[in-house]
Design a protein around this ligand. Structure first.
Ligand SMILES: [Zn+2]
Ligand SMILES: [Zn+2]
Length: 145
């Protein structure tokens, strides 16, 4: 297997890559119980593992981060938001509510409801970033914070 293929394997597993921030990730070592730091620099991704530091090659950890980021980008552009349905009021748990109106913002429409029991308004939508986070966790092994 090439390093790229190994990286893809890591990227597709769950919870192998952890995002510290946009330019800093940790990738679990596949052989030992430790983590490698992968950091974005102006020269590309650098990694704290021996492969990268001593042999100066693109290691599987760099590939893993790159691949999972590109998968994430694809998801971001492909996701179509479905309105999230709920069957009870978020304040009083009543099922006695009506659709009130729809609010618009940049990314989506938000359905607003009015509860007939507590008379409060509430909207139901997980929001764009939240959706991505859920998808990432399920399919891509990236853990966002
Ligand atoms: Zn590495
Ligand atoms: Zn209510």
């Amino acid at each position: 297997m090439t390093k790229k293929e190994r990286g893809k394997e890591i990227a597709e597993k769950n919870n192998q890559i952890k995002r510290i921030d946009e330019t800093h990730y940790t990738v679990n070592s596949q052989s030992r119980k430790k983590q490698h730091e992968v950091i974005s620099t102006e020269f590309g991704w650098i990694c704290s593992c021996e492969d990268h530091i001593i042999r100066k090659v693109q290691c599987k950890h760099n590939h893993a981060v790159e691949i999972s980021l590109s998968i994430r980008k694809e998801v971001k552009t492909n996701v179509i938001l479905e309105p999230i349905q709920s069957n009870h009021c978020i304040y009083c748990d009543s099922e006695n509510f009506i659709k009130w109106n729809v609010r618009h913002n940049k990314n989506q429409d938000i359905q607003v409801y009015k509860c007939k029991d507590c008379l409060k308004y509430f909207s139901i939508n997980l929001g764009f970033e939240k959706m991505i986070e859920l998808i990432d966790k399920k399919n891509m092994g990236i853990m966002l914070m």
